[in-house]
Design a protein around this ligand. Structure first.
Ligand code: KG4
Ligand code: ZN
Length: 351
């Protein structure tokens, strides 16, 4: 079964072809267009520009992916698109194209939850996980810990009560005068800094729950920057970047370990854009190795948004029998769509 995946929830246009066979899935080809350069001048994503760019990019990317896979579009058995969460206009572009393609080809179309894509993306890695596992989902919009018992069987263990981890990276990076998206830029600057040079807050670190709070971090960084004055030297900026990264990573590591303890699970899956952070990987690898816990990550190029994870999630859902594709071309999108509230029809349950 060949699944064409289309991702257009935010500022990346992603298309991919996955061959699914029951519980197995293989990535045949994928292509991505990042809008980062376009949004950079505005310091963040401009939704209207994002939608228009998806319109421009999607069809050429679909052609490109089919050519790279050496397949004609008639070989596509199912078309999958990101139904939500994300920017409404951007989602509609992907949904519209997916349904038009499905109708033209006479193939079923499936709307996929973006976070389910991230969560399952390590199944395309060289060392895929096995169920059950704890998933740490860390993206620009979400920070969640989930207990994952199988495809479509997800229970929310904890989540951020304010900013997401990626948002914390992006907002503090902006304060430090770094570009958009700030996460990778802040991580690069942090390499030259001393994380102990500033004592930044680690909210909810010792709270007896699995929730996160990152909003206070940007205020703390702003306060430190004001104290340092306008002509803050490069070394102090690097120190502040390193201290910020350390504060975020400390909380993510501690809460992941707590989730593993509370669920008695011995596997951790880390997914979403912040999962590309080298310091987070180093710290999680060390902490988990000493506790006999296996950690799985998506391939680095599949950490941030992409079409492969959408095609994969659809293929695995069909393979696991939680989704029965239908030739129904009426679509809607869900800009706000909690994974655990996605409903039984979507196979999302509490354990
Ligand atoms: O999953 P993703 O591509 O998009 C969303 O679904 O939100 O995640 C994007 C987020 C951004 O906040 C970006 O700054 C962050 O992931 N990010 C990183 C790194 N690479 C991407 N944060 C820290 N370190 C990185 N290396
Ligand atoms: Zn994402």
């Amino acid at each position: 079964m060949h699944v064409l995946g289309i991702e257009s929830s935010c500022d990346e246009t992603g298309v991919a072809l996955v061959r699914g066979d029951g519980e197995e899935a293989v990535l045949l080809a994928h292509a991505l267009h990042s809008q980062v350069a376009m949004h950079e001048a505005y310091g963040g994503v401009v939704p209207e520009l994002a939608s228009r760019d998806h319109v421009r990019r999607l069809v050429p990317l679909v052609r490109d992916v089919a050519a790279r896979a050496g397949l004609g579009l008639e070989a596509v058995d199912v078309v999958a698109y990101t139904r939500g969460p994300g920017l409404a206009g951007a989602l509609l572009v992907g949904a519209g194209l997916a349904c038009a393609l499905g109708m033209a080809l006479g193939r079923p179309v499936i709307g996929v939850h973006h976070l389910e894509g991230h969560l399952l993306s390590p199944f395309l890695a060289a060392d895929p996980p096995r169920f059950p596992f704890v998933a740490l989902l860390v993206s620009g919009g979400h920070t969640q810990l989930m207990a994952v018992h199988g495809v479509g069987r997800y229970a929310l263990l904890g989540e951020t009560i304010d900013d997401a981890a990626g948002e914390a990276f992006d907002k503090t990076a902006k304060l430090l005068g770094l570009g958009y998206p700030g996460g990778p830029a802040l991580a690069r600057l942090a390499e030259f800094g001393d994380p102990a040079a500033f004592d930044l807050p680690r909210p909810l670190l010792h709270a007896a729950n699995l929730d996160f709070s990152f909003a206070g971090l940007k205020t703390a960084v702003l306060t430190r920057l004001r104290t340092l004055g306008a002509d803050v030297c490069e070394q102090r900026r690097a120190d502040l970047a390193a201290a910020t990264q350390a504060a975020i990573v400390d909380v993510l590591v501690a809460k992941s370990l707590r989730a593993l303890r509370e669920t008695s699970m011995a596997r951790l899956v880390v997914a979403g854009g912040v999962g590309a952070n080298r310091e987070l990987r180093r710290r999680l690898d060390a902490a988990c190795a000493s506790r006999g816990v296996r950690v799985h990550y998506p391939e680095l190029d599949l950490c941030t948004d992409n079409g492969a994870m959408i095609a994969l999630a659809a293929a695995l859902r069909i393979g696991a029998g939680v989704e029965r594709p239908a030739a129904d071309y009426g679509f809607d999108v869900r800009p706000r769509w909690p994974l655990v509230e996605a409903g039984a029809g979507w196979g999302v349950t509490t354990p």
